[in-house]
Design a protein around this ligand. Sequence first.
Ligand code: DQA
Length: 145
Amino acid sequence: MKKTIYVLNGPNLNLLGQRQPEIYGAETLADVESACAQVVADLGLQMRFEQTNSEAILVDLIQEARTQADAIVINPAAYSHTSVAILDALKAFDGPVLEVHISNIHQRESFRHHSYVSLRADGVIAGCGTQGYSLALHRVANLLA
Ligand code: DQA
């Protein structure tokens, strides 16, 4: 049975490619999803890829991952900096959690320097562009091996 990775994306990432391309690049979320699908297939894993603008739905997806997923790769977007609820949900998940930020949050406004999610994440990738998802998936595969 292939191990399952939940790849979760928070608010405004649906606008990837249109939103501040000077920061987030030209690739769309659909491009990111197909790149992740290729990496996951190469690693012999399977994934569910989701994006939501809702904090509640992200919490629900993380809770669902407790029984449906072996690992989580998450770009919580703005909720990284605000959401104790997402942190608590991730703390209730037993497998590896990798946090991804497309931009280098430490080079940006000071309110982006702190991430609640980092308190739970087993690894954090920031500033590697959309390639960060692929790096996170490779790390997850190592942690699950
Ligand atoms: C982001 C960084 C966050 O600060 C921001 O709110 C986002 C995207 C990133 O991928 O670089 O929406 O998580």
